[in-house]
Design a protein around this ligand. Structure first.
Ligand SMILES: [Zn+2]
Length: 361
């Protein structure tokens, strides 16, 4: 680790909540835009970042606009899809991450067998199924080269319930062939009651032993978290900050050791939480010894690295070395790896942190 710059936590890390399409290198976007003759608002890295990254809170619509700028350069291109997965692993290795679960919607990278075809792309021949295969190739190449472990999570989109049956089928087809879980992302005001496609996909996931996480309680109310846990049988909650507004639910989830995938810098920029980090739900999670982790979410759009999130926790939330070791052990324990691999990961962390291996893994 001596080659790394000074960071808030200069030790091996585990990251569970990060979007592949929110973690693309600007150089790669420029390269493929040129190849595909797609017009971007700028043709330099700095210029492009001015349009796709931001550092003061914006609305969700404004945030999603960022993706519309650069996704046409990447989606529907075999070489681009493989390359962003490979470069993602390189990026995480550089940040000191030894195990990462990266998530994406296969449909948002496809240009065939998807309705509607996303990003205004023309019809092509890359299906969501091939997208998963391409991402897998990129991740595996990166794993070999950078000696870290990368697994993936396939996302359903709240506004596209018609995609969800295929998402769960892809989770089954590629189970443990990098894919370890299903996720539900997007506008939380669209509940599953009104969109049963997601509920059915999650029921199938339960039936087939596919792990489950759900974006809930990020900007939405505690009721979305309750639905994620009770109806979708989520084993982890993406963000989950607003859970604490329902003390009964929060207490129940603490009792069940539910894992919250917290993303501090993201929560500031999306306006999910109050701007004062000292009043952030993560401070409550820490006080209550909740099961949670620290994650980047969309480092390209938020102009960040994992160290930004760790530094916020160190500077504004009172995190010390032992808090960081604890969140990483939490993350490893709540990872979606098979048990044997989970134990190996935990051993690596205990060893790196100089901790005695407890028998109660
Ligand atoms: Zn997310």
């Amino acid at each position: 680790m001596n080659t790394m710059e000074s960071t808030a936590f200069n030790q091996p890390k585990v990251e569970l909540h990060v979007h592949l399409d929110g973690s693309i290198k600007p150089e790669t976007i420029l390269h493929f835009a040129k190849k595909k003759q797609i017009k971007l608002p700028a043709d330099t890295v700095e210029g492009l970042l001015e349009h796709v990254s931001y550092n003061t809170p914006l609305s969700l619509t404004e945030c999603l606009r960022r993706f519309e700028i650069y996704m046409p350069a990447i989606a529907g291109d075999r070489e681009a899809i493989k390359r962003i997965a490979y470069e993602f692993v390189a990026m995480k290795a550089k940040e000191g991450v030894i195990y990462v679960e990266v998530r994406y919607s296969p449909h948002y990278l496809a240009n065939s067998g998807v309705d509607p075809i996303p990003w205004g792309l023309e019809q092509g021949d890359i299906t969501p199924d091939e997208v998963v295969d391409l991402v897998n190739q990129g991740l595996r190449k990166g794993e070999k080269e950078f000696n870290i472990k990368a697994r993936s999570i396939l996302c359903c989109m709240r506004h596209m319930p018609s995609w969800s049956p295929e998402v769960v089928e892809l989770c089954k087809k590629y189970h443990n062939d990098t894919v370890v879980a299903i996720d539900l992302a997007g506008d939380e005001s669209m509940t599953c009651e009104s969109y049963p496609g997601h509920r059915k996909a999650y029921e199938e996931a339960v039936r087939c032993g596919i792990h489950r996480t759900v974006h809930a309680g990020e900007v939405g109310p505690p009721s979305v978290v309750k639905e994620a846990v009770d109806v979708l049988k989520a084993e982890r909650i993406g963000h989950g900050y607003h859970t604490i507004e329902d003390p009964k639910l929060y207490k129940e989830l603490l009792g069940r050791n539910m894992h919250f995938e917290a993303c501090p810098w993201s929560s500031y920029l999306t306006g999910a939480c109050e701007e004062d980090f000292s009043k952030h739900p993560i401070v409550q999670f820490r006080k209550d010894k909740a099961n949670y982790s620290l994650n980047t979410d969309d480092p390209l759009v938020f102009g960040s690295t994992l160290d930004v999130d760790y530094s916020i926790a160190a500077k504004h939330m009172g995190f010390r070395e032992e808090d960081f070791t604890q969140v990483n052990i939490n993350a490893a324990k709540s990872s979606f790896l098979p048990e044997k691999e989970k134990r190996e990961l935990l051993c690596k962390l205990y060893d790196a942190y100089g901790m005695i291996l407890s028998t109660g893994l």
